[in-house]
Write a protein that binds this ligand. Structure first.
Ligand SMILES: NC(=O)c1ccc[n+]([C@@H]2O[C@H](COP(=O)([O-])OP(=O)(O)OC[C@H]3O[C@@H](n4cnc5c(N)ncnc54)[C@H](OP(=O)(O)O)[C@@H]3O)[C@@H](O)[C@H]2O)c1
Length: 330
């Protein structure tokens, strides 16, 4: 089968489309003929962190397709079922943090940038019927992360104000949609005027240029919740606009991992700083129900053929996207 792999030189220099053996499902597993896949910033990180001598890996955490074979002992799934992949591996029940052994699909386990994938039947859920294949293929990882960040961790309530830095990010577009559907007031920042315009069209109530003084832009009004994934470039500003007792949830560090905190303002502010990552299968199913009940559709930025996955990864690396970048496998 055709697969888009990383092997050898770190970074995008080591990615290519190649032929690999088509995997066969073992007991408890299913094989999915993928129709679409989705990109995440993690795919870039996987290529960057690869060391010389590492085995080849099929990239990709997100995907949707049709089951074409089932292994022994699989009862509830059948050939022909239309499904989405849950990339949060081995984390089934809700818990404060992932269990030991939790992994994300797409390194070290082979991922979704391929014609077929074999997975445990536990990692597969029915595709929401209101979504196109492109929409379903880009949904899983970012929507799961947004769902847990907003509902499980921040415990967002109707009427609260939430600020989301980096409006163009894949997860941020889900955060805007989910927070609006939950009745929150949504403020986003973006470095791009075009992305701020698109965030408003998606439902954001207010937008702020990322480079501005956010508190001044908000005329001193503070927010209940900030959900940040930009990291170092925006962390100070995130704390500066939080109301006393407010909550900052963080799950990404696109613009740098390390920040300094003025601990005195932090404790006088009685702030809550919460980390989050991915989510459990319980949360994945709750997210699918939420998306279905509210008729939410992912924002698809651009879809490339599998063979052009390198070009798609470059678009993500350059930060040009608004929403999710997809791959058409079939
Ligand atoms: N822990 C987890 O489970 C988890 C899951 C998913 C994602 N993540 C992380 O969350 C982050 C977002 O992921 P994604 O896939 O949604 O990302 P993405 O689509 O690549 O978007 C990143 C966004 O960050 C903003 N940004 C980048 N550099 C910036 C800078 N120097 N200053 C200000 N803003 C900057 C950009 O917003 P504008 O262009 O609008 O300014 C960009 O749209 C990534 O770091 C990713 O690794 C973590």
């Amino acid at each position: 089968m055709k697969a888009f792999i990383h092997h050898g030189e770190p970074g995008l220099a080591g990615v290519r489309l190649t032929d690999v053996p088509t995997p066969e499902p073992g007991p408890g597993q299913v094989r999915i003929r993928l129709k679409t896949a989705g990109l995440n910033r993690r795919d870039l990180r996987v290529t960057r962190l690869a060391k010389p001598g590492d085995p080849p890996v099929v990239l990709g955490s997100d995907g949707a397709g049709v089951i074409d074979r089932v292994g022994e002992h699989v009862q509830h799934l059948h050939p022909g079922d239309e499904v989405v992949v849950n990339p949060s591996l081995y984390w089934y029940e809700n818990s404060p943090a992932p269990p030991a052994g939790h992994e994300i699909l797409g390194s070290p386990t082979d991922g979704t940038f391929a014609e077929f994938i074999v997975l445990s039947a536990e990692q597969v859920e029915p595709k929401p019927t209101h979504l196109t294949w492109e929409e379903a293929g880009v949904l899983p990882l970012a929507a799961l992360t947004a769902y847990r960040a907003l509902f499980t961790r921040a415990r967002i309530q109707s009427g609260q104000t939430v600020l989301i830095p980096g409006a163009g990010s894949g997860v941020a577009t889900f955060l805007v949609q989910f927070a609006k559907a939950a009745g929150a007031e949504v403020i986003v920042t973006s470095r791009s005027a075009e992305k701020r315009r698109r965030a408003e069209a998606l439902g954001a109530d207010r937008t702020i240029p990322t480079e501005s003084d956010w508190l001044a832009e908000l005329r001193g009004e503070r927010v209940d919740v900030v959900i940040d994934s930009v990291g170092a470039a925006t962390f100070d500003q995130c704390l500066s606009v939080l109301r006393p007792g407010g909550t900052l949830v963080t799950f990404g560090a696109t613009a740098g991992d390390e920040v300094r905190i003025d601990i005195r303002s932090f404790f006088y502010g009685q702030f809550n700083l919460l980390g989050t990552t991915m989510g459990s299968r319980d949360e994945f199913r709750a997210m699918l129900r939420f998306v279905t009940d509210r008729g939410i559709r992912p924002v698809v930025d651009k879809v490339y053929p599998l063979a052009d996955a390198g070009e798609a990864l470059r678009r993500l690396q350059d930060g040009e996207q608004f929403g999710k970048i997809g791959l058409r496998v079939e």
